[in-house]
Design a protein around this ligand. Structure first.
Ligand code: ZN
Length: 510
């Protein structure tokens, strides 16, 4: 008999705490619908008290999703809990998630509270939450560095006050698997009313042990795993959903656990998260990295050709990794496009479909085969980013061996057109200088990288930029068959994200 594990996805909340990963409301909504399709049980949609933007994003998601439980994070204050509830109250199944730190170091230096005061604050907050809903999660921030007996005392009081899930976070990624398994077992054995709550774990990857710690905890009796797609999250990130789920899938004898995840949607979801956040997946990332199923050594290739199981413990198809297939071409009509987008998870209005169709035709003139990745980019750039402040309207670049590189640019700034020109030491530099002059940005370009979106020489170039301004970091992404245009799009996207971040700061939490 397999144990059913609750998958609590926090890509939209903890994932958004990855430097530069802030997403606008439309991007979050797109990701939320994909996560529902993937089959996560609970989705932490955000931290409504952090900003108006986050409140609205959580509220829209809560109203749109049809079956997934929607959680909102709140500190243990009445104001935060009120906002969290305000944002999720119309969800099919709302969950308030509140937290307070329980380690001595956090209580002394961050909260400036005694142990008793922490317990009382948590209890008061939970009682208030309980007046709003029966579905409440309580997290003891920095649990892995907390005194074990105090932790049990806090959890006992929390359950008594109404918590139905108690979460044990390894907030700073400090735990070691054997030790963490032992902690979970200790909590289960020493919290008298623990049977009234689901035990959850939330691990960070600072030592590269997030997945190992999560699996160890589940073996000790935890029944909820808090995860993110691609393992994105604060600092070194969170436990990655795909690693946990595929561990169950690949090692059922050792891990007799099951989830509601449709594994074939893992890879498309990973691509989407990367495309929306701008955070590139490292090539050697387990399950979803570009090299995860690539076999370089000749002896491996020979074995794999004769029988894939010689070196492959998982089938690429199981995680939805099949060769990019031709989906549409130049002669595909609007109807075929709408149907295909629907299959990909996009339910577009007629107006949106028209925008995508026009861009699709433009791309089909330059590129013979249009694959899912291309469509994903068209929708991301054409629909999800419409609330942008800056929009690239026109770019003309002159460069070559005997000319001084020059770019002329037309931008829409809050829908008002402005134009200008600039020089640079290359065409991209010239384009960036012109855009910087027009927008008056004070940001600094910290990183720039170009990759190909798919295989083939006619593939779209995909550019990622990292911009920094007064301690804020924003990633920008752009794709186009022309890499100079892709670069300009990425830069403009980065500037938009920076503006969004200034208006909607991401708050660091558990
Ligand atoms: Zn976290």
């Amino acid at each position: 008999m397999k144990e059913r594990i609750i998958i609590f996805d926090t890509t939209l909340r903890d994932g958004e705490q990855s430097p530069g990963a802030s997403m606008n409301a439309a991007e979050k909504m797109r990701l939320a619908t994909q996560l529902e399709k993937l089959g996560v049980d609970v989705m932490e949609a955000g931290f409504p008290a952090a900003s108006k933007g986050d409140f609205d994003a959580v509220s829209n998601i809560a109203q749109k999703l049809k079956k997934t439980e929607v959680a909102a994070l709140a500190r243990t204050s009445k104001g935060d809990i009120e906002k969290a509830w305000g944002a999720i109250q119309h969800a099919v199944k709302p969950r308030i998630h509140t937290f307070i730190a329980t380690s001595d170091i956090h209580m002394q230096y961050k909260l400036n509270m005694s142990r008793d005061k922490v317990v009382n604050t948590a209890v008061e907050a939970l009682k208030y939450a309980k007046s709003l809903t029966d579905n409440i999660e309580f997290s003891a921030e920095d649990a892995s560095r907390s005194d074990r007996d105090f932790l049990c005392k806090v959890f006992e009081a929390a359950i008594e006050a109404g918590a139905t899930t108690i979460n044990i976070p390894d907030t700073v990624g400090y735990a070691i698997p054997g030790e963490f398994a032992d902690l979970v077992k200790y909590v289960i054995d020493h919290t008298p009313n623990i049977h009234k709550a689901v035990v959850s774990v939330h691990c960070h990857n600072d030592l590269g042990l997030a997945t190992a710690n999560t699996l160890a905890a589940l073996n000790s009796g935890a029944r909820q795993a808090e995860v993110t797609i691609n393992g994105i999250g604060e600092r070194a990130g969170n436990t990655s959903l795909e690693e946990v789920v595929m561990s169950f899938h690949t090692r059922p004898n050792y891990l007799p656990m099951t989830t509601n995840i449709n594994t074939e949607l893992i890879y498309p979801t990973s691509r989407l998260v990367s495309s929306i956040t701008g955070i590139i997946v490292q090539p050697n990332k387990a399950i979803v990295g570009a090299n995860a199923f690539a076999h370089e050594a000749g002896i491996h290739q020979d074995g794999v050709l004769k029988n894939p199981m010689t070196y492959e413990i998982m089938k690429p198809e199981t995680v939805g990794l099949s060769a990019s297939k031709l989906v549409l071409g130049k002669h595909s009509g609007r109807h075929a496009l709408r149907n295909h987008l629907k299959e990909m998870g996009y339910d577009l209005s007629d107006e949106e479909l028209q925008i995508v169709f026009t861009k699709f035709k433009e791309l089909a003139d330059k590129k013979k085969h249009i694959v899912d990745e291309d469509l994903e980019v068209i929708v991301t750039e054409g629909i999800l980013r419409t609330a942008d402040i800056f929009r690239l309207e026109y770019l003309h670049v002159i460069s070559g061996t005997t000319v001084f590189p020059m770019a002329s640019v037309k931008l829409a700034i809050n829908e008002r057109s402005v134009q200008g020109a600039g020089y640079g030491n290359g065409p991209i530099d010239a384009a960036f200088n012109s855009i910087a002059k027009l927008t008056g940005t004070e940001s600094e370009l910290l990183r720039f990288s170009v990759t190909a979106l798919t295989g083939g020489t006619d593939a779209q170039g995909e550019v990622t930029v990292r911009l920094g301004e007064k301690g804020l970091i924003a990633l920008g992404r752009g794709a186009d068959p022309d890499i100079i245009t892709a670069s300009a799009k990425a830069y403009v996207n980065g500037l938009n994200r920076l503006e969004y971040l200034k208006a909607n700061p991401v708050m660091a939490t558990t």
